[in-house]
Design a protein around this ligand. Structure first.
Ligand SMILES: Cc1ncc(C[n+]2csc(CCOP(=O)(O)OP(=O)(O)O)c2C)c(N)n1
Length: 651
C-alpha cells in the first residue's frame, strides 16, 4: 500500500515540476499532465512482469515512471536532451524505453491499439505468456483503430489488457457530446471479451481489477478490457483555456482525487502516519531534483546527427545465389508466391497476413494454396481492417517477428496510412533507435484491369516521399522472386509494389535464383541517345518503345529504378551523362510525382550534361476511368512514350 501511495505521489510531484518547467520554457511543445489519473498507471503497471509490454498515449509520463524508466531519462527527454529515453527525439509525447518494454508514447489518438495487438500477436506466435497492457483515453473509442483492434484481438485470442482511462473529456469534448453509447466497457463486451468498469480514482480497486484481468489473460490467452473512470484535474495540455467545464466541477473531483482519498484512508486506518507521507514526498522531491539537474546538465544532439536512426544499420547486400545453369519459365505471380513460401519455410519469424490471403488464395491469386501448405498461423486471413492488421504487423515486427502484410491494392493502403507513416516509418527515429520495425508490406498497384477509380491508382510515389521507409517496385521475375528475401532481412519497413499487369507476365529464371539487392537501379537496355527512366509496370512499355525508337535511329538506354526510395542517383546520373537526354515514364499522376523528383535530381546533379530539357510521361490528371479506351489513354503507353522521347530528341 505504501508503494501504491508513493507511486502516485511521485507522479504527481514530478508532473507539478514539469508544469513549472514548462512556464520557464525548459519543456516545450505539448505537455499533457496525468493529474488526477495517477491511480491507473500506479494500479496496473506493478502487476505486470518485466517481460510484459506497455503501449501508452501522449499522457504517459506516469506510465513510464511506474514502469521503471529512470526519472532522469524521462526528464531529459522532456528537455529534448540526448540523454533522454528517446534520445531527445520524441519529447513528452513519445517516451520509449526498450529495457522496460515501453513502446511509447503515441500522439495519434487510437494509434497505439493496433501496435499493442501486434506485440501480443508476436508473444502468441513465440509461445510466451507475456501480456501487453494498452492504455488509451475514452476519446480513442470513437476511432476505427479501436474497433479494428478489439475485433482482431478477440478473434485471434491475443493477450492484451486494454485499459481505457476514461477521464470524461477528449480535449474539450465531454463524452456525451461524442459517443452514442457512453458506457465504454459495453463496446468491448460486444466483441465478446471480458470487460469491467472500475473506479479509476481508487487505486486499490484498479490494482485488484488489473490483477484479475491479467490472471484471466494468462489463463485464457485472450484479451480483457478495463474501463477506469477517472478525471483530469488540469487542462488537456498547456494550451487549453478549459472553456468547456466549470471550475466547480474540477474542484468537486479534486476532493475525490486518488491521492487524497487513498492517503486519507491509510491515515484514518492507522496504516501510515504523516511522517510516512512526508518521507515519501521528500524522497520524490530528491529524485525530481536529481532528474532536473541531470536534464539541465544533458547535452544537445549534434545537428550532424539529424538523420541518424531514420533507418537502422544497413545489412550487407545479399550474396548472389550460385546459378544452377538450369532455367525455367515462371510467371511473376509464381515468383512472388515462391518467395513467400521460401521465406516462411526458411525463417520461423516470417508469416503473411492480409485480407483473403488464405482461404481465397489472394485477390490476385498469389497465395493460392499456401494456407493449406503452410498452415493458418503463417498464412493469416485478417478481418477487413487495413489499419488494424497493418498496425498489428508493426507491433509484431517490433517484437521480433518478420511479418509480411499484404494490402490488396494501394488504394486500400490509404486506410492504413496512419500506421505506415505515423508509426512504422517514424518509430525508430522518434524513439532514438529504441525500436525498429522490420516489416514488409506488399500491395498491388496500377491500372489496366478496368477496375476504375478506386482500384487502379499508382500511389507508390507518395510512399517514396516518406523517410523511414524503403519502397520497391519489382518489374522483373528475378526481382519479384528475390526482393522479398532481402526486404525481410532489412531492419526497417519495406513496401513492395507489384503492378497488377505484371502478375501474368512470364520469364525465364535460373532455378537457383535467390535474393537480390533492394537498392540500386538497373540498366535494362544500353543506349546512347536518350535515357528512358522508369519502374514497375511501365518497364515493358518502355522496352517496347525503345525497340520502336531504335527503328527510327534513336538508341534509348532504359533504366529500371527498381527502388523508388532510396533512389539510385548514381545510376541515373551516369546514364544521363552518357545520353545527355532523359525521359521519365511514371504511372503516377504528373503533379508532385516521382517523375518530378527524378527530374529535379537530374536538374540538380546533371544539368550541365543535358542537351535538352528532361521530359515526362505520366498518367493524365484524372481518376482512372473504367472504359478500356479511356483507361489506356489515362496511363503511359508505348505511343506516348515514343512521342515523348521524340520530343526530347527535338524531332
Ligand atoms: C487521430 C487524432 N485525432 C486528433 C488528435 C488531437 N487530439 C489530441 S488529444 C485528443 C483528445 C483525446 O482524448 P482521449 O482519448 O480521451 O485522451 P485524453 O487526452 O483525455 O487522455 C485529440 C482530439 C490526435 N492527436 N490524433
Amino acid at each position: 500500500m505504501l508503494s501504491l501511495l508513493e507511486s502516485m505521489i511521485r507522479i504527481r510531484r514530478f508532473e507539478d515540476k514539469c508544469a513549472e518547467l514548462y512556464t520557464q520554457q525548459k519543456i516545450r511543445g505539448f505537455l499533457h499532465l496525468y493529474d488526477g489519473e495517477e491511480a491507473i498507471a500506479s494500479g496496473v503497471i506493478p502487476v505486470l512482469t518485466p517481460a510484459d509490454r506497455i503501449v501508452a498515449t501522449y499522457r504517459e509520463h506516469g506510465h513510464a515512471l511506474v514502469r521503471g524508466v529512470p526519472m532522469t531519462a524521462v526528464m531529459a527527454e522532456m528537455y529534448g536532451k540526448a540523454e533522454g529515453c528517446s534520445g531527445g527525439r520524441g519529447g513528452s509525447m513519445h517516451l520509449f524505453d526498450s529495457a522496460t518494454n515501453f513502446y511509447g508514447g503515441n500522439a495519434i489518438v487510437g494509434g497505439g491499439l493496433p501496435l499493442a495487438g501486434g506485440l501480443a500477436l508476436a508473444d502468441r506466435m513465440q509461445g510466451t505468456d507475456s501480456v501487453t497492457a494498452c492504455f488509451f483515453g475514452e476519446g480513442a473509442v470513437a476511432e476505427g483503430e479501436f474497433h479494428e483492434t478489439l475485433n482482431l484481438c478477440k478473434l485471434w485470442s491475443l493477450p492484451v489488457l486494454f485499459v481505457c482511462e476514461n477521464n470524461g473529456y477528449a480535449m474539450g469534448s465531454a463524452l456525451a457530446r461524442t459517443e452514442a453509447e457512453t458506457d465504454i466497457h459495453k463496446k468491448a463486451a460486444v466483441y465478446g471479451m471480458h470487460a469491467e468498469v472500475v473506479d479509476g480514482m481508487d487505486v486499490v480497486a484498479v490494482e485488484a481489477a488489473a490483477r484479475r484481468g491479467i490472471q484471466r489473460i494468462r489463463e485464457t490467452g485472450g484479451p480483457v478490457f478495463l474501463e477506469c473512470r477517472t478525471y483530469r484535474f488540469r487542462a488537456h495540455s498547456m494550451f487549453d483555456a478549459q472553456l468547456y467545464r466549470d471550475k466547480d466541477e474540477v474542484e468537486q473531483w479534486r476532493g475525490k482525487g486518488p491521492i487524497v482519498r487513498f492517503k486519507g484512508w491509510l491515515l484514518e486506518n492507522g496504516l501510515v502516519d504523516e511522517a510516512d507521507v512526508a518521507a515519501i514526498e521528500t524522497r520524490a522531491d530528491a529524485e525530481i531534483a536529481e532528474a532536473v539537474a541531470f536534464a539541465e546538465a544533458g547535452t544537445w544532439e549534434p545537428v550532424e546527427d539529424l538523420e541518424k536512426h531514420v533507418l537502422g544499420e544497413q545489412p550487407p547486400p545479399p550474396v548472389p545465389a550460385k546459378p544452377s545453369g538450369e532455367t525455367e519459365e515462371i510467371s511473376y505471380r509464381e515468383a512472388v508466391k515462391r518467395a513467400i513460401r521460401e521465406a516462411i519455410e526458411r525463417d520461423d519469424r516470417v508469416f503473411l497476413m492480409g485480407e483473403d490471403v488464405g482461404a481465397y488464395g489472394g485477390c490476385y491469386a498469389v497465395t493460392k494454396g499456401l494456407m493449406a501448405e503452410l498452415g493458418e498461423d503463417r498464412i493469416r486471413d485478417t478481418p477487413l481492417s487495413e489499419s488494424g492488421f497493418t498496425g498489428a504487423g508493426i507491433g509484431a515486427a517490433a517484437a521480433g517477428m518478420r511479418p509480411i502484410v499484404e494490402l490488396m491494392t494501394v488504394n486500400f493502403s490509404l486506410l492504413a496510412l496512419d500506421q505506415i507513416l505515423n508509426t512504422a516509418a517514424t518509430m525508430r527515429h522518434m524513439s532514438g533507435n529504441a525500436f525498429g520495425v522490420p516489416l514488409v508490406i506488399r500491395m498491388a498497384t496500377g491500372a489496366g484491369k478496368q477496375l476504375a477509380a478506386q482500384h487502379s491508382h499508382s500511389l507508390e510515389g507518395w510512399y517514396a516521399h516518406i523517410p523511414g521507409l524503403k519502397v520497391l517496385a519489382p518489374a522483373t521475375i528475378e526481382d519479384a522472386r528475390g526482393m522479398l528475401w532481402t526486404a525481410l532481412e532489412d531492419p526497417d519497413p519495406v513496401l513492395i509494389f507489384e503492378n497488377v499487369m505484371l502478375y501474368n507476365q512470364t520469364g525465364t529464371i535460373d532455378t537457383n535464383a535467390g535474393a537480390v539487392p533492394i537498392t540500386g537501379a538497373a540498366v535494362r537496355r544500353p543506349g546512347t541517345d536518350i535515357s528512358l527512366i522508369t519502374y514497375g509496370g511501365s518497364l515493358y512499355k518502355v522496352m517496347e518503345a525503345a525497340d520502336q525508337l531504335a527503328g527510327e535511329g534513336i538508341e534509348a538506354e532504359v533504366v529500371d529504378l527498381r527502388a523508388l526510395r532510396p533512389l539510385d542517383d548514381e545510376t541515373i546520373m551516369a546514364s544521363v551523362a552518357r545520353t545527355r537526354r532523359a525521359l521519365i515514364v511514371d504511372e503516377g499522376w504528373r503533379t508532385g510525382s516521382l517523375a518530378a523528383e527524378v527530374s529535379a535530381r537530374i536538374m540538380e546533379q546533371g544539368f550541365w550534361n543535358l542537351d535538352a530539357p528532361v521530359g515526362r510521361v505520366c498518367s493524365a490528371e484524372v481518376p482512372i476511368p473504367y472504359p478500356k479506351h479511356l483507361e489506356d489513354a489515362a496511363i503511359p503507353h508505348v505511343e506516348s512514350i515514343v512521342a515523348g522521347a521524340r520530343a526530347v530528341m527535338g524531332r
